[in-house]
Design a binder for this molecule. Sequence first.
Ligand SMILES: [Fe+2]
Length: 288
Amino acid sequence: MGTLGVQVKNLAVKILDKVMFRNEGAVASKKREVLKVYPVLPHGELKEVLSNIWFVTGQVKMPMLFPPMKGSRSMTVIKNPANGELTLINSIRLNEEGLKHLEKIGKVAHILRIAAFHGRDDAFYRERYGAKVYALKGQVYTREMMNPPTDPDFGFMQPDVWLREGDLPPVPNGKLKWFISCTVPESILVLKQDGGVLVAGDSLQNSASADQYHNWAAKLMMGKFGFFKPFNVGPGWIQFGKPKLSDVRSILDLEFEHVLPGHGAAVIGGAKEKFRPILEGEIKGCHA
Ligand SMILES: [Fe+2]
């Protein structure tokens, strides 16, 4: 791309950034939101990536009105072999064919929200299957982007179970690693199997490039802000969740071989060494 092309691209990003993230004051919204079950969006096929663990990537429509931003997200499904119950993490509403596949795998029983900025499709699974929704204490189900309510009661739904630090998730051999310095509740699900599995929300991501689910606006904006990079730490999470550098780096204290991120492809094998450079290096925008 020539100099003029780069200048035009930078200007477009600047304008979009102003339009999308305009700050209208720092007062948290006090508007009680109405429950919304979101329609199904395009997605791929559920694939078993590790024993009793499935993974699927699909589209997400981001909450800003203009420009319409469509990105990519990934869901992890874990089966408890003792009772056939499934736990969905970073839930994505599947189409009817996808749901049939899911039902063949097991009983949709639990929805676990680990990420501060996810949860859009949790209500669908509760409504369709009567699944129990677990969220981290303090997480708000909201559509507000700039000044979201801080009181979960103002959200569009509330979970069935609030998990506090130290509480066990509804997954065999699992525990939650909380990012205690984060301004909004975010954690990683740590599974003791196959050398260690991390299921991440927005903290660890692995989108080497845009995929078929990103639209033009997402490609432009997310490319500019450093989202398209393999073995990455989520730039949006750093910016809006504000975790401390030491807290982010403490991921390396965990034992793991695999990472199933909330955005991007599954990292099967050698994951700790693949994420080590970003975690030990300078993480743009992250404070000590
Ligand atoms: Fe996300």
